[in-house]
Write a protein that binds this ligand. Structure first.
Ligand SMILES: [Zn+2]
Length: 453
């Protein structure tokens, strides 16, 4: 298919997206949320309490799992008056979501208007999640609220570099990007990046984006090249997310793009959203999006300077509400307030996820986000781990669910070969458990081939 037709396809999709996500409703809500970020602590609490009461009542009336949990604890909706009463509810683990997924769905929502997604989080186990339109809109709004802090508005020229191939994997010549004319967005392929950095930099220079957004590790590849060639492409802001942004990466990006980096943290579950303000002193938890607790052993809130697990209660998803959802991410709350005056609490950087890269038969490096992005669609795989010992073979340990079939194996191998090439020997190994590291961490990817960036 000619490139311009594909661009049109991307743009047609963009038009639909634009109407859905940037229409009147979006603009009105963005205006409202821009005011909310200046709420005093008391105003914010009042807002959270009001939304929480409404959500709890909905859960009691319409969500079988929560109805049962609350009855079991002899709780009525009026027993939870606000954030301080949240502790009366139990923590929700990923295991519970997997076991009771369907009972977490509200019985009174229009099933046709829902968005379904799968997340593997940090531990490589796919989990089905369901969102309603409202939470999708709010998520979009809080994203643009942070962009607005950086001086970026919907419609501004933006370039994106996320884990997405965008163009056919076997393409050897540019373009390695697609342009969405409606949104004014340029999407780069991550898959072709390492062998074609110069083309990417030239394209960026010609496109003159107002902002750039992507994974730190991918943008850092561009920055390293630009530093070695003494190239500077000034933009208004760089947004990074999904991986832990290392200080040296931030420094390099700020130098080559002559701007500030705004790193943000958005839980795939759409319960937590944390963003940098103009002071860049950590990330503000957007507490009008969800209520965030940081807890030790699931028992108590952290003390100052202590690390703990993020426990999230989304305030806007009525399709599959997650109350006190225990995430796999660990963080630390900052003890001081931010000079900007927002009462959203500040979070230090979340701990790093394992960022090992796999290598294709012809020497290309593959982000774990790509492979995990593929496997998470296989809902019959309960848990998996990629192990690579050399450049020609890749071992995948798999814990199957009861409904796993040979077709799953065939499709998985085929999709892996699409990424790693036909020559890669893909071995599936069915196991009953997957060992953890000494510190008890699960690693979705273990690469024994060093890939340096
Ligand atoms: Zn601030």
């Amino acid at each position: 298919m000619p490139v311009f037709i594909q661009n049109l396809g991307v743009s047609y999709y963009g038009l639909k997206l634009y109407r859905r996500e940037y229409g009147k409703k979006f603009r009105a809500m963005l205006e409202e949320f821009e005011k909310q970020q200046w709420y005093s602590y008391d105003e914010l609490r009042e807002y959270q309490n009001r939304l929480l009461r409404k959500l709890i009542k909905h859960c009691y009336d319409n969500v079988p799992y929560y109805n049962q949990v609350m009855r079991g604890r002899k709780l009525k909706p009026e027993d939870i008056k606000g954030v301080d009463d949240l502790k009366k509810m139990p923590l929700l683990t990923r295991e519970t979501i997997k076991e009771h997924g369907d009972e977490l769905l509200a019985g009174n929502v229009n099933q046709k208007k829902l968005v379904i997604g799968y997340t593997s989080g940090t531990i490589g186990v796919p989990m089905k999640l369901v969102w309603d339109k409202r939470v999708c809109l709010v998520k979009n709004v809080v994203d643009w609220r942070q962009k607005s802090i950086a001086g970026i508005k919907p419609g501004d020229r933006m370039a994106f570099l996320y884990a997405s191939a965008v163009v056919p994997l076997n393409r050897r010549k540019p373009p390695f990007w697609r342009y969405n004319w409606i949104l004014n967005h340029l999407h780069f392929s991550n898959y072709h990046l390492l062998d074609n950095v110069e083309y990417y930099v030239n394209k960026l220079s010609a496109f003159k984006p107002k902002a750039i957004e992507g994974y730190p590790s991918l943008l850092y590849v561009l920055a390293r090249f630009m530093q070695s060639e003494n190239i500077v492409i000034p933009v208004q802001a760089v947004f990074t997310s999904s991986e832990t942004l290392m200080p040296h990466q931030r420094e390099a990006l700020e130098a080559v793009f002559d701007c500030k980096v705004f790193d943000f943290y958005g839980l795939a579950e759409r319960d937590v959203f944390a963003t940098e303000c103009e002071f860049h002193r950590g990330k503000h938890l957007n507490e009008d999006f969800g209520i965030t607790e940081v807890m030790v052993d699931g028992e108590r809130p952290t003390k100052a300077g202590e690390m703990g697990r993020i426990v999230a209660t989304g305030l806007h998803n009525y399709a599959m509400p997650l109350i006190r959802y225990q995430t796999t991410d660990v963080t630390m709350l900052a003890s001081s307030e931010c000079a900007c005056g927002r009462s959203f609490p500040l979070m230090e950087n979340v701990t790093a996820r394992d960022q090992d890269f796999l290598v294709t038969a012809d020497g290309r490096r593959i982000s774990p986000y790509i492979v995990v992005g593929i496997t998470r669609r296989f809902t019959n795989i309960r848990e998996h781990q990629f192990i690579q010992e050399d450049g020609n073979s890749l071992r995948i340990l798999i814990i199957r669910s009861d409904s796993y079939t040979d077709e799953d194996s065939r499709a998985l191998i085929e999709q892996m070969k699409n990424v790693f090439g036909e020559k890669m020997n893909i071995e599936l190994e069915f196991v009953s458990s997957i060992p953890r590291t000494k510190s008890g961490k699960f690693r979705a990817v273990i690469s024994k081939i060093s890939a340096e960036f």
